[in-house]
Design a protein around this ligand. Structure first.
Ligand code: DGL
Length: 272
């Protein structure tokens, strides 16, 4: 057993979708979450900047004595995955787990991927999927504005602006006839009702954070690393901008009020 917390980070609050799915499976785990709200989005930044940010985010979590680090960010998982290789604790991103789940789910071997511009131009999902099955066709589309719509809270399934935006972004993937769509950015599950409606009921949606959470839970179980303490588990949230809007957005992601207070930290202090 291992009672230390699980460390999860994202460029902002999208990674909370992975926290929610992880806690649904393992409610007894302690969590330390860092959302880089002062520097979000990562998806429009250069690779060298994302590498630096990812290293600082990981250093911060390691200082909190975590037993595992999860990069709940499609962008970091796509272009800065190697930063997690020698942390001294297990490290998981979202690309490989979501790709594995998508490959199992497709019947017509046509998978769509949506993510940030950086995630899509990195080709990370296509590479991961075709490493498993090279005959699968992968159609990727950057949907950068979805991140702002989610951070803005425009997530109601009847929100006309979000519906129109989704229709415009998703049309090419629909026209290709994909039967599985990877939500390759951890912000996107919040508008999955809209995405699902636009794509139609025959398309299976894969939450990248959810797929990662499932693999993280399995890893902890298989390696005897679960928290078995009788004490009530804790969730600690940290952000790099003022925590004013944290409560409202975090509530949307986590569907609860429990422990929803965030502390602001200076992430620049955690290495170059
Ligand atoms: N959550 C981030 C991701 O999964 C998206 C936001 C960003 O661009 O930083 O890529």
């Amino acid at each position: 057993m291992n009672n230390r917390p699980i460390g999860i980070f994202d460029s902002g609050l999208g990674g909370l979708s992975a926290v929610k799915e992880l806690l649904d499976i393992l409610p007894n785990e302690n969590i330390v979450y860092f959302g880089d709200t002062g520097r979000v989005p990562y998806g429009t930044k250069s690779k060298s900047t994302i590498l630096k940010y990812a290293r600082q985010d990981e250093n911060f979590l390691l200082e909190n004595d975590v037993k595992m680090v999860i990069a709940a960010c499609g962008t970091v998982s796509s272009v800065a995955f190697d930063t997690g290789k020698d942390l001294g604790v297990p490290f998981l991103g979202v690309v490989e787990p979501a790709s594995r789940q998508a490959v199992s789910a497709t019947k017509n071997k046509k998978i769509g991927v949506i993510g940030t511009a950086t995630t899509v131009s990195s080709g990370s999902y296509k590479k991961a999927i075709q490493r498993i099955d090279k005959d699968i066709k992968v159609y990727a589309k950057a949907c950068s504005m979805f991140v702002s719509l989610v951070e803005e809270g425009w997530v109601d399934e009847n929100d006309e602006i979000t519906i129109k935006t989704a229709e415009r972004y998703l049309k090419p993937l629909k026209d290709e006839g994909v039967d599985v769509l990877i939500l390759g950015c951890t912000h996107f599950p919040l508008i999955s009702a809209i995405i699902g409606k636009v794509m139609g009921e025959n398309v299976t949606l894969i939450s990248s954070g959810g797929a990662c959470a499932k693999e993280a839970a399995a890893y902890l179980k298989d390696n005897n690393m679960l928290n078995q303490s009788e004490e009530e588990s804790t969730r600690k949230f940290f952000v790099s901008d003022t925590p004013d809007s944290f409560l409202k957005t975090a509530k949307l992601f986590l569907n609860t009020d429990k422990d929803l207070h965030a502390k602001q930290i200076r992430i620049e202090d955690y290495g170059k």
